[in-house]
Each structure stands twice: as C-alpha cells, then as structure tokens.
Design a protein around this ligand. Structure first.
Ligand SMILES: [Zn+2]
Length: 202
C-alpha cells in the first residue's frame, strides 16, 4: 500500500506529459502499484464521462449553500456548471470515501470502514474543501490540456495556410512561365501587329 507518488505527478503521467525518462519510470511503477492503478482507473473513468458530457451553457446564478450534515450520507444539490463534472470519483487520502455527481446531484458516501464512526461536521467540511480543491485541479488540468490542443491546431492551420500560399505562388510562377513561352512563340506576329497598332492609335 506504500506509495509516495504525488497526485499531480500521476495526473501528468496520465496525460503522457512527463519528461522522457520519467514517463517510463512511472509506467514501471504503475505496473506494480495498486494504489496508482486505482487512481489511474478513476481518472480514466472521469475523463470518459467528461468526454461524453454534452456541452451546455453554464448557469451564471450559481450559489453554494452550506448543507446540513446528516449521519453517514448526505446529498448536496449543486447546480455545478454541467460541463465541469460528470462523475467524479475521488480517491482522497481518506480511505473508503467516494464522491460522485449524477443526474444533477452530488452524492457523498462513506464506505464500510466508517459506518460506525460518522464523520464530524469539521471532517465533512474539510472533506468538502479538499474535494473542491481536487475538482478544481482536474478542471485546471483539463483546461490546460484544451489550451495545448488549441495551440496545436493553430500551428497546424498556420502551417497549412503557408503551404497553400506556396502552392498558389508556384502556380502563379508556372502561369507566368507559360505566358512568357506563349509570347516568345508568337513574338513575330505580335511585332508585326505593333506598328499597325501605332497607326490606329495615334
Ligand atoms: Zn504508486
């Protein structure tokens, strides 16, 4: 169970953005670490759900209210910006803890290990806080990723535009050459025509 890989590093590995050697090292570690594998599975599920989530305009009148804390389980209605979170299963340092978002409701569950000891209000608030922090971290990672994709697309578009301009340029040059050849071939008749033109256009 001992694993000291930081969540940020795992996230970086998940997106395949570690430094060259680091990516390999993480891969080897993950192959033997159940803790990391579980987190990676959860990340993959979250990502799949986020991808499947349709785009919607975010609500602008979003307010957070402090929910009452019943024992063992509570539901927190939160009109979170829909595009933000589909189902987030968080694997905090706290074992047997699960938070999921389904059909417009946040659902917070404690597993069997904690059945006899319902969390105190302070613990719940602390959990909410770290949960939000984790969600924000996922969102930031997602935003950064989207930005990189956009940057990449922009570069591609610029490169394509440059290639198109070069192609057009080559075609113009070709056209020029053909005109020139054509004129050379017909130079004699053109020269013959020139004096006549002078006469008719004083
Ligand atoms: Zn690990």
């Amino acid at each position: 169970m001992d694993c000291n890989v930081k969540k940020e590093d795992l996230l970086t590995f998940f997106y395949g953005e570690c430094e060259e050697g680091e990516q390999e090292r993480m891969k080897e570690h993950v192959a033997t670490c159940a803790v990391c594998r579980r987190e990676l599975d959860a990340l993959a599920r979250t990502q799949a759900l986020l991808r499947a989530w349709p785009d919607e305009a975010p609500r602008l009148d979003l307010t957070f209210v402090e929910a009452e804390v019943p024992r063992r389980r509570f539901r927190l209605m939160a009109g979170l910006a829909a595009a933000a979170v589909a189902t987030v299963v968080l694997f905090l340092a706290w074992p047997e803890f699960e938070l999921s978002y389904r059909a417009g409701e946040l659902d917070l569950k404690w597993g069997e290990a904690l059945v006899d000891e319902p969390p105190t209000r302070t613990e719940v608030l602390a959990t909410q806080e770290s949960t939000l922090a984790s969600v924000n971290q996922l969102l930031r990672a997602s935003e950064m990723r989207q930005q990189r994709v956009l940057d990449h697309l922009l570069t591609e578009i610029q490169a394509q535009r440059y290639r198109d301009l070069q192609l057009i340029n080559r075609q113009f040059e070709q056209f020029d050459r053909e005109i020139y050849i054509h004129l050379r071939r017909n130079e004699a008749p053109v020269l013959e025509l020139l004096p006549a033109t002078r006469y008719t256009n004083p």
